[in-house]
Write a protein that binds this ligand. Structure first.
Ligand SMILES: Cc1cc2nc3c(=O)[nH]c(=O)nc-3n(C[C@H](O)[C@H](O)[C@H](O)COP(=O)(O)OP(=O)(O)OC[C@H]3O[C@@H](n4cnc5c(N)ncnc54)[C@H](O)[C@@H]3O)c2cc1C
Length: 460
């Protein structure tokens, strides 16, 4: 019987284990996890009737793999979609007040987020030619295609909302591959988006289905923790918790030894690392120093999640949306605030609301080091400014991620290709996790499927 050791029981490790178990049930899979619980970033804290997602808030249905995973685990009936209002309304905090992100052409024309010159520049995007065939930053891409204002408002908001990063450093090709591909294929992002929407409508019509809805966010009444616990329970060998892997060692016969931080060692025919890149770097250090150096160069941001609950009556705003993003050119303490109980009403008990502020990010990493009191004071000051919330919260919960989201800086795809080429020199060593091919849960579950197929080919 072939043996595989997977390091890390986040979504990447658990999904890879589950998919491989389905394809090749005879492989003995051991998942090692340094924490006492599974889930990695994705976990739901429950207290006083509030449910706080300490990492991801949910997943989108714009890629099929997480949805398919939930269904294959028998969780299809328990999925809940974000409210209509959360899908429709998003806000930006710009120049001291909340402004609606335009959801239609009419709303765009009447919005005061861009000047007339900025709007014209945006509309001219479809007439501009393709750029040079090389990677560039999100900021450079947005400026080139749609002008300075679009870069400073919309591109910054997109980067802040998804990556908590710097648009002048993040790679358009790695961080937003679809947008880069649309330019390449259609010569214009706007033309490409319109053509894809037309195609999706035509495909739905041909199948006799209703026109497709824009992507929605999904989770469970019990939060994402349900997905992680179900994955854990469905593995034929439950993950071993409390094991921090510190190194791996290649044996003369081609097998591997995986060394935990205690005296425990595991022998394996293959090893899959799904822990963060800096941990992967430490683990492969003795096997291949150059590979370790390459892995160590993938940067991470820092984020503190500050969840605050209020009595509904203490918040006068309608809370009719997903929440707001504060573009980081202003270098605010907060990246934005998600109105969790407006997205999924189950997140707060009756008569209460739950907000989740993401603080710090690439530009304000020091904020994450503030103590809880200072962090909460900063969030309350921001809520006062943006949403006129003066009341004292009835619930609070702070979580710090010292290395939260890997930052795909310009050249990331080449960096990953070099890493994969180097790792391929070591037969039986596989690298996964969110450091390479996308940070969203969907990217992790998609990549887990790819790795499960590669592992089954290698091991069976
Ligand atoms: C604040 C925040 C908000 C986010 N919001 C969203 C969102 O709304 N939607 C979305 O799609 N994505 C979101 N993401 C991104 C997404 O959550 C992550 O990319 C994804 O969960 C990463 O999963 P992973 O398994 O690759 O890594 P991780 O979740 O980091 O799991 C890695 C695991 O490896 C373990 N480990 C580390 N070192 C060792 C070792 N030496 N030995 C053994 N185990 C080890 C860790 O303890 C951890 O459990 C968010 C991320 C953060 C931080």
């Amino acid at each position: 019987m072939k043996r595989l050791v997977i390091v890390g029981a986040g979504i990447s490790g658990l999904a890879a284990a589950f998919r491989l178990q389905q394809i090749a049930p005879t492989i003995e899979i051991t998942v090692l996890e340094q924490r006492e619980r599974v889930g990695g970033n994705a976990w739901t804290a429950r207290r006083e009737g509030f449910q706080v997602e300490i990492g991801p808030n949910g997943f989108l249905d714009n890629k099929p793999t997480t949805m398919a995973l939930c269904r294959d685990l028998g969780l299809g009936e328990r999925l809940i979609a974000a409210t209509e209002a959360a899908g429709r309304n998003r806000y930006l905090f710009v120049d001291g007040r909340l402004r609606a992100l335009p959801g239609s052409f009419k709303a765009f024309v009447t919005s005061d987020l861009l000047s007339w010159r900025g709007k014209l520049n945006f509309l001219m995007e479809r007439f501009r030619g393709r750029g040079p065939d090389r990677d560039e930053s999100v900021d450079a891409f947005a400026r080139r295609r749609a002008g300075r204002e679009v870069a400073e408002v919309f591109a910054d908001a997109l980067v802040t909302g998804i990556h908590g990063g710097d648009p002048a450093l993040l790679s358009i090709r790695a961080a937003f591959p679809r947008i880069a591909t649309l330019e390449k294929q259609f010569g214009s992002v706007m033309k490409g988006l319109a053509a894809s929407a037309r195609q999706r409508r035509a495909d739905a019509k041909a199948r006799g289905e209703a026109p497709p809805r824009p992507g929605r966010m999904w989770s469970f009444r019990e939060g994402l923790r349900l997905l992680m616990e179900t994955l854990r329970n469905r593995l034929s060998r439950p993950p071993l918790a409390g094991v921090a892997v510190c190194r791996i060692e290649k044996q003369a016969d081609g097998t591997w030894i995986v060394q935990g931080d205690g005296n425990d060692r595991w022998s394996a025919d293959a090893v899959l690392l799904t822990c963060p890149a800096y941990q992967q770097a430490a683990i492969v250090q003795d096997v291949d120093r150059e590979l370790a150096d390459q892995l160590g160069r993938i940067a991470y941001n820092r984020i503190a999640v500050v969840a605050l609950g209020f009595r509904r009556d203490d918040v006068r705003m309608p809370l009719d949306g997903f929440g707001y993003i504060a573009p980081q050119r202003d270098r605010r303490d907060l990246l934005g605030v998600q109105w969790c109980s407006s997205i999924f009403p189950e997140r707060a008990p009756e008569g209460r609301v739950l907000f989740r502020a993401l603080c710090g990010g690439w530009h304000r990493a020091e904020v994450v080091g503030w103590d809880d009191d200072r962090l909460i004071r900063a969030v309350r000051a921001e809520l006062r400014l943006a949403m006129r919330v003066e009341a004292v919260p009835c619930y609070q919960h702070v979580v710090r991620w010292d290395r939260a989201i890997p930052q795909y800086h310009v050249g990331h795809q080449q960096r990953v290709a070099d890493i994969e080429e180097r790792a391929a020199l070591h037969k039986g060593l596989f690298l996964g996790g969110n450091a390479y091919h996308g940070v969203a849960l969907n990217d992790c579950t998609e990549q887990a499927e790819v790795l499960a197929r590669q592992l089954s080919q290698y091991l069976v």
